[in-house]
Design a protein around this ligand. Structure first.
Ligand code: ATP
Length: 213
């Protein structure tokens, strides 16, 4: 698959998309890959960066939704923003039209910055990779899916986060199915066993990704 034209012009390293459902282990796997030497870009982090105080992103949100989406210290109040767009499809589409290009541009900028510091694989973590057609939009060289049975993902999230089983199942239902995700995978990490097993798989994956360089 061809990489995004802008990325392929500048990036000398393979750019890999990594995804998985809620609680699948994306953060755990990407932290292991980072330890092995991957340059990791987390799209959730980028989404927060582009609306930090002083950014064009935050200003655009205030221009569209008003200062009521700000908290006392001038930062974005995500709960208030969510309330402003809840049950208003036009507002939601405006929100996406503001944020998505900023996030995409910043991811591309970070990919190019990573590629200036070496030629090792670059890993972009995108939870909604399948839902947003990100593999095609970015033209990732390969897609990695972290997979496990839904029951286990739900149990791990409930055990480690302040979320009820109902909350997690609602999120699962709103995301792509396991099958839809697996259909996009070039590599599958099976995270249904323990951390040692995961380590072994991630190390083997890293060797394969490095061979793409
Ligand atoms: P989210 O979609 O919510 O961002 P995620 O896909 O990034 O989640 P992690 O946060 O990496 O998933 O993992 C979810 C939980 O499962 C964490 O508490 C993590 O420590 C735990 N976990 C991950 N892998 C394993 C494993 N192999 N064995 C036991 N627990 C694990």
């Amino acid at each position: 698959m061809q990489q995004n034209r802008e990325m392929s012009k500048g990036a000398s390293s393979p750019v890999i998309g990594l995804t998985g459902g809620i609680g699948s282990g994306k953060s755990t796997v990407s932290a292991k890959l980072a330890k092995l030497g991957a340059c990791v870009i987390d799209s959730d982090e980028v989404a927060r960066e582009v609306v930090q105080p002083g950014t064009k992103g935050l200003q655009s949100l205030v221009d569209r939704f008003g200062t009521q989406v700000l908290s006392g210290d001038g930062s974005l109040d995500r709960a208030k923003l969510a309330r402003s767009v809840f049950s208003d499809s036009e507002a939601r589409s405006d929100l996406n039209a503001i944020l998505h290009p900023l996030i995409e541009r910043e991811i591309i900028r970070q990919v190019l910055a990573c590629s200036t510091i070496g030629t090792l694989p670059i890993v972009v973590v995108i939870p909604l990779l399948v839902e947003t057609n990100a593999a095609e939009r970015y033209g990732f060289a390969k897609v990695v899916v972290v997979d496990l049975p839904e029951e286990l993902a739900v149990a791990r999230v409930v055990a480690s986060r302040d979320m009820t089983e109902g909350d997690v199942r609602e999120r699962v239902a709103a995301q792509a199915s396991r099958e839809e995700r697996l259909a996009k995978a070039d590599y599958v990490i099976d995270n249904s066993a323990d951390s040692a097993d995961l380590d072994e798989q991630v190390t083997a994956l890293w060797e394969e990704l490095k061979a793409l360089s």
